[in-house]
Design a protein around this ligand. Structure first.
Ligand code: HEM
Length: 264
């Protein structure tokens, strides 16, 4: 009997996932606490890549005038942000001494240099061009960010879609709700991030040179979708910020790391 369907070998789980390669490059063979620290960051970067894929699909669906698939892509993102937030909680279990030892080996590197996270912001519509000039971005990463800026943001694409359908359109409302829920889930991540940064750093600056927890709180106060939620107002540090939303949303340069690149 030479039934190919019967004799064909099916790839095993480890082969489909390319686990040998993956674990070879993953930071999982270091000391246990360093493994926790670096593998968590790597896992988050994989999730950032997944978030970007779905944001791209949602944007394309809206460009095609299809609200429902756009909403379906967006509605899973808060669950992913919850997973990413859990990584921050995991790192919050590090002993302060262990965290300090790891931090001492980081130099100026920081999640602040995550090009994928910045791509998510730029794709959504939170477009602070000062982040193009931070140190630690490769030319390829900077080019990717410039490509994102050359595209219409998800915010603009949604506004165009919303204005092209009847005012009570259910798909448009569903997409808007999904954007709002995703936006809130990013804020929850940033607030938790700020709390853990405060736990470990107190009032110290971050490794990238920002004002650390204060910067992260400020960052949490922004909306990812300024054109969709122009009146978005978020309390910052428990105090009411009564400035115009556009001003409240802009992070003062004094809280950012010193920019080391020539302005592009
Ligand atoms: C112990 C855990 C962590 C601490 C104490 C921490 C601390 C910080 C600090 C202080 C900053 C501000 C920039 C700076 O001056 O360095 C920052 C930014 C950032 N971190 Fe973390 N971080 C932690 C975990 C993570 C993890 C697991 C990720 C996932 C990839 C991450 C991603 C980021 C990103 C994307 C930014 C930029 C945020 C923005 O600009 O709004 N961090 N982090």
């Amino acid at each position: 009997m030479t039934d190919t369907a019967q004799t064909q070998r099916h790839p095993a789980y480890g082969e489909i996932l390319r686990l040998d390669e993956l674990l070879d490059i993953a930071c999982v063979r270091d000391d246990a606490d360093r493994t926790l620290f670096f593998a968590s960051h790597q896992a988050c970067e994989i999730w950032f890549a997944v978030v970007l894929r779905h944001l791209d699909e949602a944007r394309q669906a809206l460009l095609d005038g299809d609200g429902i698939p756009a909403a379906e892509h967006l509605e899973r993102l808060p669950h992913i942000m919850e997973v990413i937030t859990n990584h921050i909680d995991i790192l919050g279990t590090l002993a302060p001494r262990s965290f300090d030892e790891i931090r001492a080996t980081l130099g100026t590197s920081s999640g602040f240099q995550s090009a994928q996270y910045r791509e998510i912001e730029y794709l959504c519509g939170a477009r602070d061009r000062r982040f193009l000039n931070i140190s630690g971005l490769t030319e390829a990463e900077r080019d990717r960010l410039l490509d994102r800026l050359a595209q219409k943001s998800l915010s603009s694409v949604f506004v165009e879609y919303r204005d092209s359908v009847p005012p009570a359109s259910l798909p448009a409302r569903r997409v808007r709700d999904a954007l709002r829920t995703f936006d809130n889930s990013v804020r929850v991540w940033q607030e938790r991030h700020a709390e853990v940064a405060e736990l470990f750093l107190g009032a110290q600056r971050g490794t990238a040179g920002s004002t650390g927890a204060a910067y992260l709180r400020r960052s949490a106060a922004r909306t990812m979708f300024p054109e969709v939620f122009p009146d978005q107002w978020r309390p910052f540090g428990g105090e009411q910020d009564r400035r115009a939303p556009a001003l409240a949303a802009r992070i003062p340069s004094s809280e950012l790391p010193v920019q080391r690149r020539v302005q592009g």
